[in-house]
Design a protein around this ligand. Structure first.
Ligand SMILES: Cc1ncc(COP(=O)(O)O)c(C=O)c1O
Length: 364
């Protein structure tokens, strides 16, 4: 018998995104369901973005710019690098795919924190690599443990800061020393900064500064979170031109659609909206965190636009009650933290609603 499908697919489970927001609204007979389970933006896109999308609609029949030239130029200006240092993906997700496809051969090892953002392990497995997992120390990435797990076969190391789902940041000084310690023949270090825009710690690492210094560092960022463009799928990788050249060899010709490109450009043209989104998260994050702590929950010290909340046995009842009240939060079981809920920071009104439901459940 011909074996048609790759054996490695048995190791990969299809991503379970759950029912769509629209379907859930129908089944729960609730309008205006608020999704706090996917770390999306509480404000949505800027009006400038919406207008740019409207204008672009009449060009839907034309292929997009395959090189995302205008977007890379704008990003390059804002980051202080050259456009050759950038690659744009159909979400940062696709940048993970580029890196795995370009780097991995069977027998390689990919080092990731455990738990971590699912696609790292999936792409490593698809590349035929062995996934080496470094357990988090509580809610924190343990760089000492990661260092000990690096072998001559390690090809890729993923560092996620702020970490999804733990919400915590790796300290800049520690990350610098970790990369310095990799020596003369280092693996590729991917610094996933999807949530970096929400950091306010003075020791926040800067992937761009790191990759200027270390030629095998790749930083990944996205318009999904701070710019509220998750539905359009646009993220990017920043690295030395010789690294970007490797990644471009595995990229499909028109990988980022026309709407994603114009929307991302328009988002960069409205920095006020980006600041407003950041300010909202930075104001609501400590308020929600303190309010949940007052209610007896342990909360990881978040530098992201979401909180990881330890609720123990109450996780299930809380999640169910929140869903009935129209608020979706992520079950910790699904992201490697049983007894926890992962909750995106909403608007002040949404957060108040959440706290109201919380009180009702705990007073039962
Ligand atoms: C840590 C991390 N990296 C990357 C991504 C992917 O972002 P994008 O929506 O740009 O694919 C996410 C999305 O949730 C994430 O949590």
């Amino acid at each position: 018998m011909r074996r048609l499908w790759r054996a490695v697919l048995d190791q990969v489970t299809p991503y379970e995104a759950g029912p769509s927001l629209e379907e859930l609204e129908r089944t729960l007979a609730l309008e205006g369901l608020v999704r706090l389970s996917a770390n999306e933006s509480p404000l949505g896109p800027s009006p400038t973005v919406i207008e740019a999308l409207r204008r672009e609609a009449r060009r839907a029949h034309l292929y997009p710019d395959g090189g995302a030239t205008a977007l890379r130029a704008a990003l390059a200006r804002s980051l202080g690098v050259e456009p050759e240092w950038l690659i744009v993906g159909n979400g940062a997700d696709e940048v993970v795919t580029f890196i795995a496809r370009a780097a991995l051969d069977p027998g390689d090892e990919v080092l990731i924190p455990d738990p971590s953002f699912e696609p790292y392990a999936t792409e490593a497995a698809l590349g035929g690599a062995a996934v080496v997992r470094s357990p988090l120390a509580g809610y924190h990435t343990d760089l000492d443990d990661m260092r000990r797990r690096i072998t001559p076969r390690t090809k890729l190391v993923f560092v996620c800061t702020p970490h999804n789902p733990a919400s915590t940041m790796v300290r800049g000084g520690m990350l610098l020393r970790f990369i310095e310690g990799l020596g003369e023949d280092p693996p590729v270090v991917v610094v996933d900064e999807a949530y970096r825009d929400f950091c306010d710690d003075p020791d926040t690492p800067d992937g761009v500064a790191l990759l200027r210094r270390f030629p095998t560092v790749i930083a990944m960022r996205t318009f999904s979170k701070i710019a509220g463009l998750a539905g359009l799928r646009v993220g990017y990788g920043i690295a030395r031109p010789e690294v970007i050249d490797r990644l471009n060899r595995v990229r499909a010709p028109y990988n980022v659609n026309r709407f994603a490109q114009v929307a991302a450009l328009a988002a960069l043209e409205d920095p006020t909206h980006l600041k407003r989104t950041r300010s909202l998260v930075l104001a609501e994050r400590p308020r929600l965190l303190a309010a949940l702590q007052t209610r007896g929950a342990a909360v990881a010290p978040s530098q992201a636009n979401f909180l990881l909340v330890r609720t123990g046995e109450q996780a299930g009842p809380l999640r169910q009650a929140l869903m009935k009240a129209g608020l979706l939060v992520r079950d910790g079981v699904a992201v490697g933290f049983p007894g926890h809920l992962r909750i995106a920071i909403g608007t002040p009104e949404q957060n108040d609603r959440l706290l109201g439901v919380w009180d009702r459940v705990l007073s039962r």
